[in-house]
Design a binder for this molecule. Structure first.
Ligand code: NAP
Ligand code: MG
Length: 404
């Protein structure tokens, strides 16, 4: 087959450790033989972030805003141990945090379902996409230890000198307090991302908070979602035959467990953190989860939901062939390629990206997979393969499908 070409380049953000190795293998074994890849390459590997004082991360985020679609490899978020290991000048911030703050987006995570790897929740027939607000709440809070008897208050100072205070609690002994925030601007952006994504997938949107208890804070989220829905999206939802549904977080959890799946569940930052891990592990593995950051102005950044798989990397450095599951990273590439192709009106490229996805599912369903999946596969025999062997098996399946 003649290699397919691209029009607009993808923003390619390389990363760290095992996923950096897998990144290269995906390109060498699967993509380069089929596609004349056109990318603008940014090396977000920790050594280069350190050498550029993290400018490379910001440059990549800026270029993503200009070009519209990016694909990102997993990256190390440095801690004290990484400072020593990589002799860093500074404990650089999480690249994902930097990119999310710049693009102001929502992270959508969807499990990849495969025959033979049944979700632990038996009623789930279709994937549940978790939409997580990626700004504020406890992730940007201020916390204090209260040493003893005291009165604690909230205080707002406006630039015109106006001051508002509200008592939190009168302590008779030691305790703890926290203050956290969100902004209307970010909540509007979150709402618009969720409604747009639901339209793009043609799926219902659920949203849940605890507004009965949090009557100002969580209620603000509920009100903004309702306002955005009524004024901007209701007509389009009606036309697409999908619905918007708000319910309390505890009711949502109960309904999710009884559901068949096949919808988008929008959650505040903390709820989304916890619930996306629950959905991922109930579906088998973090490596079987796609993840995309969507900004309100329709910028897309595709990534894997897992980290850099450090334990495998240390084995790889000793010369061992590892069985690291490349699915999430591969689906980041195919997701980005399909979206780029769609925007550039390249139907053949879009179809090929989806064909690679279906070929990888077929490869697993035929019994060829990495070790993490082989342990759970309920249709024997499952053959645990190294990453390179697995990618080669997918490439064979792609070839068969193209020759069909
Ligand atoms: P991790 O890289 O997700 O790996 C944790 C464990 O999960 C692995 O040791 C492995 O278990 C299993 N695993 C994860 N992905 C796998 C895959 N593709 N195939 C097979 N097994 C897989 O998390 P971590 O070890 O906590 O973090 C490592 C580094 O990643 C940290 O420096 C962190 O900052 C970074 N991180 C980056 C991102 C991101 O960029 N999106 C997200 C999270 C963490 P076994 O060892 O049992 O096989
Ligand atoms: Mg988490």
């Amino acid at each position: 087959m003649k290699k397919l070409t691209m029009k607009t380049p993808l923003v390619e953000m390389d990363g760290d450790e095992m996923t950096r190795v897998v990144w290269q293998q995906i390109k060498d074994i699967l993509l380069n033989p089929l596609i004349e890849l056109k990318t603008e390459y940014f090396d977000l590997g920790l050594p280069n972030r350190d050498a550029t004082a993290d400018q490379v991360t910001l440059d990549a985020a800026k270029r993503t805003r200009e070009l519209g679609v990016a694909v990102k490899c997993a990256t190390i978020t440095p801690n004290a141990q990484r400072m020593d290991e990589y002799h860093l000048h500074q404990m650089w911030k999480s690249p994902n945090g930097t990119i999310r703050a710049y693009l102001d987006g929502t992270v959508f995570r969807t499990p990849i379902l495969v025959e033979g790897l049944k979700p632990l929740v038996s009623s789930w027939k279709k994937p549940i996409t978790l939409a997580r607000h990626a700004y504020g709440d406890i992730y940007r809070d201020s916390e204090m230890r209260v040493e003893g008897a005291s009165e604690c208050s909230l205080l707002i100072k406006y630039p015109d000198g106006q001051v508002k205070t509200q008592k939190i609690f009168e302590f008779s002994g030691p305790g703890v307090i926290l203050g956290m925030n969100n902004t209307d601007a970010s909540i509007y952006a979150f709402a618009r991302s969720c409604f747009s994504y639901a339209l793009a997938l043609g799926q219902d949107l659920w949203f849940s908070t605890k507004d009965t208890i949090s009557k100002t804070y969580d209620h603000r989220f509920k009100d903004i979602f309702q306002e955005v829905y009524s004024s901007e999206f209701k007509a389009q939802f009606d036309q697409a035959g999908i619905t918007y549904f708000y319910t309390l977080i505890d009711d949502a959890v109960a309904r999710v467990m009884r559901s068949e799946g096949g919808f988008i569940w929008a959650c505040k930052n903390y709820d989304g953190d916890v619930m996306s891990d629950m959905i991922a592990s109930a579906c088998g593995s973090l490596a079987m989860m796609t993840s995309v950051l969507v900004s309100p102005d329709h910028i897309y950044e595709y990534e894997a939901a897992h980290g850099t798989v450090t334990r495998h990397y240390y084995r790889y450095l000793k010369g061992e062939q590892t069985s690291t599951n490349p699915m999430a990273t591969l689906f980041a590439w195919t997701g980005a390629l399909a979206k780029r192709a769609q925007l550039d009106h390249l139907p053949k490229l879009e179809a090929l990206a989806h064909l690679i996805e279906s070929a990888s599912l077929a490869t697993i369903e035929a019994g060829n997979m990495t070790g993490d999946l082989a342990r759970q596969f309920d249709r024997k025999p499952a053959k645990p393969l190294t990453t390179a062997e697995f990618l080669t098996a997918i490439a064979e399946t792609v070839k068969d499908k193209l020759n069909d």
